[in-house]
Design a protein around this ligand. Structure first.
Ligand code: ADP
Ligand code: MG
Ligand code: ZN
Length: 496
């Protein structure tokens, strides 16, 4: 299936890629875009429908105000201008997942337009210009059944589920992105990742890429190095993971470069991404004229009052990248430490642990090692572990006070996770406190000396580094609960 590819570095030596990213975000409103049906994922097929979202004759749509609010907040967060007056439009085409034969969308009057965001990738900042963020409705879902691949090609029949029809969507479209060179696939991935974090912090979407609530159409074209006129682009549809965005673009760049460098030309078309690692052609690209757009006569225009827009601006959360910079500065983490914390999804829990009194480094240590391992084993998020940030801070406080050492602290965590109570409760119940009482320690040291006469002799001869072996023996004897510093002092006293 895979076409001829040019080596990626060779492709980038000869051509400059131009990107265009269209990201669809399903809004998490309670009801659909134009009717009162539940907007929920995964219901029994065709149970969340009504005459409006089934497009029955005579039914009339009404705009969901909450969806408009979310679209405006998204637009504001992307530094867009918000239209003071705009309309919906009919995008006419036939496909069985949409009974009306048109999709209600926005065309030349998007609710938000002309924005930008700054993205940081590998220490470089890329300004991504946003052409528009417009509202539209999702279509239903076709299920191609009876074949082996789930694709239409070898299906015996197709089923249609209209539950998704009428789900509110915001489509965010960039202007052509130039100047990213070999970083193009990474920049695209970082952009989609940025949007995902942004939607989460705005609270407007679940952004589950695997469920399709955030989908990316990735356009790319190549032009010979130094040229200014863009080449013909392909649009790889519905790429549904961050990693796939990067892989699909890398593949398309290599494929287009192979075509162009052998004298061929790129067909302007949509393509499908296959997780095995290649794209295949979809349909050749229709032009806007083909859709016969016209203003939707059944809906009134949307004219958000300026005071409302300003009030919504006031509800914007701190942007995820701004928050990251603020936390990194406050915590004094290196770039690598911060990256690890972000990748582990640990910012919230670390922040709460620090707020509960732990140092940033100790909070990082517990969440990214011991607790990350346990969350991984259980297949859950850090926040879902049965230990709170305040309890993690308490564990560290017990270490700092010398009540437990790191090794015992791990057993304390075991106990908290097992539901045995607070860290202090677990220390008492499991008898985990470090023993620094000289009586008990002295007896254990005497026993260790008696059991290791040769080691004792070396220490008497002044080879103090041999003390480690005796400390180890005492620790083992006392199940790790001896105060190691005090044990060392006692050994040197007795043999000194
Ligand atoms: P379509 O209706 O084909 O999806 P859109 O305007 O919605 O068109 O989106 C096209 C995307 O591709 C936009 O992000 C646009 O900036 C980008 N784009 C346009 N021309 C090119 C090109 N020659 N190469 C790469 N991207 C392009
Ligand atoms: Mg488009
Ligand atoms: Zn409905």
């Amino acid at each position: 299936m895979s076409a001829d590819l040019l080596d990626f570095d060779a492709a980038l030596a000869a051509y400059d890629p131009v990107l265009g990213l269209e990201v669809h975000v399903e809004l998490n409103t309670a009801s659909k875009m134009f009717c009162g049906c539940a907007n929920a994922f995964g219901g029994e097929p065709n149970t969340q429908t009504c005459p409006v979202c089934l497009g029955l004759p005579g039914s009339l749509p009404v705009v969901n105000g909450k969806a408009i609010e979310s679209a405006i907040r998204i637009g504001l967060a992307l530094n867009c201008s918000i239209a003071s007056w705009c309309r919906f439009a009919r995008k006419n085409y036939f496909y069985p997942d949409m009974t009306k034969d048109f999709q209600t969308s926005q065309y030349d009057e998007p609710i938000a337009h002309d924005g930008w965001i700054d993205l940081e990738v590998d220490g470089e900042t890329y300004r991504i210009e946003i052409e528009r963020a417009h509202m539209e409705e999702d279509a239903g879902k076709l299920v191609h059944a009876g074949g082996s691949s789930g694709r239409i090609g070898d299906a015996e029949y197709s089923l249609v589920d209209y539950n998704r029809a009428g789900t509110p969507l915001v489509e965010i479209v960039t202007r052509p992105i130039t100047g990213t060179g070999a970083k193009a696939p990474q920049v695209a991935k970082a952009y989609v990742s940025f949007l995902r974090d942004l939607m989460l912090s705005l609270g407007v979407s679940d952004v589950r890429m695997e469920q399709g609530s955030l989908r990316c159409d990735a356009n790319v074209s190549l032009m010979p190095k130094g040229a200014t006129q863009f080449g013909l682009r392909t649009e790889t549809k519905n790429v549904n993971s961050l990693r796939s965005v990067e892989r699909a673009l890398t593949y398309e760049i290599q494929r287009q470069a192979a075509l162009l460098s052998s004298g061929g030309r790129v067909h302007q078309e949509t393509r499908h991404w296959h997780e095995e690692g290649y794209t295949t052609p979809g349909r050749s690209k229709e032009q806007a004229e083909d859709y016969r757009y016209f203003p939707e006569p059944d809906l009134v225009p949307v004219a958000p009052r300026r005071e409302w827009v300003e009030q919504l601006r006031g509800t914007l959360p701190e942007l995820p990248n701004v928050r990251r910079e603020r936390l990194q500065a406050a915590w004094g983490y290196t770039d690598l430490e911060m990256q690890d914390a972000v990748n582990a999804g640990a910012l919230d829990v670390i922040e709460a642990t620090v707020a509960a009194g732990a140092t940033p480094q100790s909070a990082r240590k517990w969440w990214l090692t011991e607790l990350a391992r346990r969350a991984n084993e259980a297949g859950v998020d850090l926040a879902a572990l049965a230990i709170t940030p305040a309890q993690v801070a308490e564990v560290q406080a017990l270490v700092d006070a010398g009540t437990v050492n790191d090794k015992l602290a791990r057993q304390v965590i075991d106990g908290v996770l097992a539901g045995e109570g607070s860290p202090a409760d677990v220390v008492v119940a499991r008898g985990l406190a470090v023993v620094s009482d000289d009586g008990a320690l002295s007896a254990a040291v005497d026993a260790a000396i008696a059991a290791n006469p040769d080691v004792a002799a070396r220490i008497r001869d002044g080879k103090l580094q041999a003390a480690g072996a005796l400390i180890g023996a005492v620790m083992k004897d006392m199940r790790g609960q001896a105060d190691a510093g005090r044990v060392r002092e006692l050994i040197l006293q007795k043999l000194g």
